[in-house]
Design a protein around this ligand. Structure first.
Ligand SMILES: Nc1ncnc2c1ncn2[C@@H]1O[C@H](COP(=O)(O)OP(=O)(O)O)[C@@H](O)[C@H]1O
Ligand SMILES: [Mg+2]
Length: 295
């Protein structure tokens, strides 16, 4: 089988490289495609994909990141070409599904509309709305709407600070996303799902309120029997979002005694999970994709 891996960087980052290695280890051929070099054409009776020359004899594709900090036209072009590719061969994750998850607001909205528990959240361009939300909730988390790795997320307790943050961002042409601050018991959960199964799950324990592994948290493996709720929520979340695999972040809040989905990552990292649980996601993702092609 010939499996493409789509990225935007010249040199594949470690997660992408590991997917390529897993493809080769399974006895398949890999081809590295750069998102900006992919073009598509609608002909009278077909859709064709080009990466320099016409792309033929590809059985499936693994999509990683197709670009950061793009203008909207380029973003739409890349997404559109990937949708064309997905009309011909299985692509995981499905490009349109990844679009929803890259946007924290739309991801949570979709989950909420499908009856999954998510924290109270606002998206706004109005400094007064930000201020009122902070006054009402007492403690809130500002997050970049397309962020990851915990970078840029800020805990805010002062309504004037959220007013000023939103006003400054508005002047830069950017919106604000705020969420009620959950009282976590010193950890949250990362649940890694592939297809219908949780392949590994861990508590991410930290002294900081941000429990990303990238922010220094420690992963401790958990079993479904001990703590079933994060497993159930993660499986439901990826189904609702139409993803084939994802890293789902779930938090328990002591104030409400409930679990909430914080976000769903369609391009998850896995070093932390592998270290904590011993599972190797790239192998499982590739096996899953191959079984999908054979169906
Ligand atoms: N509303 C919240 N209340 C308390 N902690 C939060 C909240 N949102 C996020 N966090 C903490 O910050 C981390 C990063 O937030 P997340 O929404 O997963 O964004 P990302 O990982 O993309 O930066 C979470 O893993 C969690 O530890
Ligand atoms: Mg996260």
């Amino acid at each position: 089988m010939k499996i493409a891996v789509v990225e935007y960087r010249k040199i594949p980052p470690v997660t992408t490289r590991e997917l390529i290695e897993a493809i080769e280890r399974r006895g398949h051929n890999s081809v590295y495609l750069k998102a900006h070099l992919l073009d598509a054409r609608i002909t009278s009776d077909d859709v064709k994909i080009y990466h320099g020359s016409e792309l033929v004899e590809i059985d499936a594709a693994l999509l990683r990141n197709f670009g950061l900090f793009l203008n909207i036209d380029t973003f739409l072009k890349r997404l559109g070409v990937l949708e064309a590719l997905a009309s011909k061969v299985p692509v995981i994750n499905n490009p349109s599904a990844t679009l929803v998850t890259r946007d924290k607001w739309r991801c949570l909205l979709r989950l909420h509309l499908n009856k999954l528990p998510v924290p109270e959240t606002i998206v706004t361009e109005n400094p007064f709305s930000a201020m009122r939300f902070t006054m009402e909730k007492k403690a809130v988390v500002y997050k970049p709407i397309m962020g990851s790795l915990g970078l840029g997320s800020t805990l805010i307790k002062d309504p004037d600070l959220s007013f000023q943050v939103t006003r400054s961002l508005k002047n830069l042409g950017l919106p604000s996303y705020y969420q009620i601050y959950l009282e976590k018991p010193g950890y949250d959960y990362r649940v890694f799902v592939v297809g219908e199964n949780v392949i590994g799950a861990m508590k991410r324990i930290s002294n900081s309120w941000k429990t990303n592994i990238a922010q220094g948290a420690t992963g401790v493996p958990i079993k479904e029997a001990e703590d079933p709720e994060p497993f159930k929520l993660a499986l439901r979340a990826i189904k609702v979002l139409g993803l084939d695999y994802a890293g789902v972040d779930v938090a328990y809040d002591a104030k409400t005694s409930k679990y909430y989905v914080l976000e769903v990552n369609a391009f998850p990292h896995w070093e932390g999970l592998r270290k904590a649980t011993g599972v190797n996601p790239p192998d499982i993702i590739v096996d899953y994709l191959v079984s999908k092609v054979k169906k």
